[in-house]
Ligand binder design. Structure first.
Ligand SMILES: Cc1cc2nc3c(=O)[nH]c(=O)nc-3n(C[C@H](O)[C@H](O)[C@H](O)COP(=O)(O)OP(=O)(O)OC[C@H]3O[C@@H](n4cnc5c(N)ncnc54)[C@H](O)[C@@H]3O)c2cc1C
Length: 412
C-alpha cells in the first residue's frame, strides 16, 4: 500500500481523523476533498467526550490536552415545579465524567495535526464516483466551477449523514438502506455566558450539566470553552416538531441558522415558556436567531463499512441519536481502527476486511443504544414529577442497559 493514493471525501472531524490514519498507516499520497470553501471552524457548538474515551484517544494520538475543554463531573435532573419559576426541582443527580469541547477548536486542532504533505482541497465537491477492484475514479467540481476526474487507490467516505460515498458502498444490497427519521428534532444553540445576568451566571460556578426534563422531551445544558476565550452556554433540546411543520423530513436534512420557519421559532418559544422552569426557559430565549439551528434525528448504520476500494467513516457510516454522547468519539475511533488495520497487513483487501468487520458491529451497537435512549428520553417519557434519585437511577440503568453511553472502549 505504500506509495498508493488515498482520497478522503469530507474534511470535518471524521475526514481529518481519517487523513491522519491514512498517513500513519503508510499511504503515499493523500488528498482531502471538502466542499465547504475556507475554514470549517465557525460551525462551533459544543460536544462532550467521556473521560475514558478521551484517555484512549489521547494515548493513540487523536486528541490532546491542548484543545480547550471544561471538565464536567455530574449531571442534575430538573423538572418544572408548580408555577414554573426559578430553576425547577432537582429529581436526581448522576456522575457525568465528560469533557466539554467547542467544535471549532476541536476541528482546528485535528486539522493542524494533518501533515503538510496531505493536500487539503477546500471548495471541492465530489459529484460522482465509480469503483472497481483496483481503484476509484472521482468526478469533482472545484472553485470557479472547474471539473476534474481523478483516480485513487482508495476512497474514504467521511462525507457525513447524506454521504454520496455510502450510496456506492451499499449499491447492490437487496434492500437499499436509508436513514430513518426518528420522529423528533434537536434544537441547538450556544451563546456567550456573559449574555446572562450576573445573578443567572452564578449557577455556573457550580452547575456542570443539567438535564431539564418534561413530558415528551428534554434539554441538556452545559458550558463549553469559547473559541477565543471565555465560556459559552451550549444547549440541545429534543422534542417532536409542531404539527404545522410543512417540511418533509424523510430525506436527511438540517436547518442551519436563519432557515428556521416561523412555526419552528414559535414552537421552541412555546416549549421554553410552558415546559421548562423559568431559569431554563429564559436561557433558551437568550439565543439569537443566528445562533439557533435544528437537526432532525435519524437512525442509520451501513450494513457494510467497506467494499472493494471504498470505505466509510464517521456519520457517513453511522448516524445514531446524539443521546449516546458519542458521535464524534466514534468518528475518531473509526480512524484509529483504520490506522490499526492498515498497519496490520500489507494489502488493501485484508485491511478493509478487518476494518469492515470491527466497525460495522460498532455502528450497529450505537444505533441500538440511541434508539433505546431516545425512546426513554423523548418518545415515551416517564412521569418525571413522581421520580426521585433511586427511581431515576433505576430508570436510567434500564434505558442505557446495553452500555456504550459516551462511546464504547477501544479494542485493546
Ligand atoms: C444535536 C447533536 C449533538 C451531538 N452531540 C455530540 C456529543 O456531545 N458528543 C459527540 O461525540 N458527538 C456528538 N454529536 C455527533 C457529532 O457531531 C458527529 O457524529 C461528528 O461530528 C462526526 O461528523 P463527520 O465528520 O462524520 O460528519 P460531518 O461533520 O457532517 O462532515 C461531513 C463533511 O463532508 C463534507 N461533504 C459532504 N458531501 C461532500 C461531497 N460530496 N464532496 C465534498 N465534501 C463533502 C461536508 O461539507 C462536511 O464538512 C452530536 C450530533 C448532533 C446532531
Amino acid at each position: 500500500m505504500r506509495g498508493d493514493r488515498v482520497v478522503v471525501v469530507g474534511g470535518s472531524v471524521a475526514g481529518c481523523a481519517a487523513a491522519l490514519a491514512a498517513h500513519r498507516g503508510g499511504a503515499g499520497e493523500i488528498v482531502v476533498l471538502e466542499r465547504t470553501p475556507g475554514q470549517l471552524a465557525e460551525r462551533g457548538v459544543g460536544l462532550a467526550v467521556h473521560n475514558e474515551r478521551y484517555d484512549e484517544l489521547r494515548s493513540v494520538g487523536y486528541l490532546d490536552s491542548q484543545m480547550p475543554w471544561i471538565q464536567l463531573t455530574r449531571r442534575r435532573w430538573y423538572v418544572r415545579d408548580e408555577g414554573g419559576a426559578g430553576l425547577g426541582r432537582v429529581i436526581g443527580e448522576m456522575p457525568f465524567p465528560f469533557r466539554s469541547y467547542n467544535w471549532g477548536p476541536l476541528w482546528k486542532e485535528l486539522r493542524r495535526r494533518i501533515p503538510g504533505a496531505v493536500e487539503f482541497r477546500t471548495g471541492t465537491t465530489v459529484d460522482a464516483l465509480q469503483h472497481g477492484a483496483d481503484g476509484v475514479e472521482l468526478r469533482t467540481t472545484g472553485v470557479g466551477g472547474s471539473n476534474r476526474t481523478e483516480v485513487f487507490d482508495l476512497a474514504i467516505g467521511a462525507d457525513g449523514y447524506r454521504s454520496l460515498v455510502r450510496t456506492e458502498v451499499c449499491a447492490g444490497l437487496a434492500a437499499a438502506p436509508r436513514p430513518e427519521y426518528a420522529g423528533y428534532l434537536a434544537w441547538r444553540g450556544a451563546f456567550p455566558l456573559s449574555r446572562m445576568t450576573a445573578a443567572d451566571q452564578r449557577l455556573w460556578d457550580v452547575e456542570e450539566c443539567a438535564y431539564i426534563v418534561f413530558p415528551g422531551g428534554h434539554v441538556i445544558v452545559y458550558r463549553i470553552p469559547g473559541s477565543t476565550g471565555g465560556h459559552r452556554v451550549n444547549w440541545v433540546l429534543y422534542t417532536a416538531p409542531p404539527p404545522d411543520l410543512e417540511l418533509s423530513l424523510d430525506t436527511p436534512t438540517s436547518l442551519p441558522p436563519g432557515t428556521l420557519t416561523d412555526a419552528l421559532h414559535s414552537h421552541i418559544a412555546a416549549v421554553a415558556a410552558q415546559s421548562l422552569p423559568g431559569y431554563w426557559g429564559r436561557l433558551v430565549g437568550l439565543t439569537t436567531p443566528d445562533e439557533l439551528f435544528v437537526q432532525p434525528l435519524y437512525d442509520f448504520t451501513a450494513p457494510r463499512y467497506a467494499i472493494g476500494r471504498l470505505l466509510l467513516a464517521g456519520d457517513a457510516a453511522t448516524v445514531a441519536r446524539p443521546h449516546t454522547g458519542a458521535g464524534a468519539v466514534k468518528a475518531l475511533q473509526d480512524a484509529t481502527a483504520l490506522e490499526s488495520a492498515l498497519r496490520s497487513t500489507s494489502d488493501w483487501t485484508g485491511a478493509l476486511r478487518a476494518y469492515d468487520s470491527e466497525r460495522t458491529a460498532a455502528g450497529r451497537a450505537m444505533v441500538r443504544l440511541g434508539r433505546r435512549l431516545g425512546h426513554a428520553l423523548v418518545e415515551a417519557t416517564p412521569d418525571w414529577g413522581s421520580m426521585d434519585g433511586p427511581t431515576l437511577d433505576a430508570w436510567w440503568q434500564r434505558a442505557a442497559a446495553d452500555g456504550g453511553f459516551g462511546g464504547r472502549a477501544l479494542k485493546p
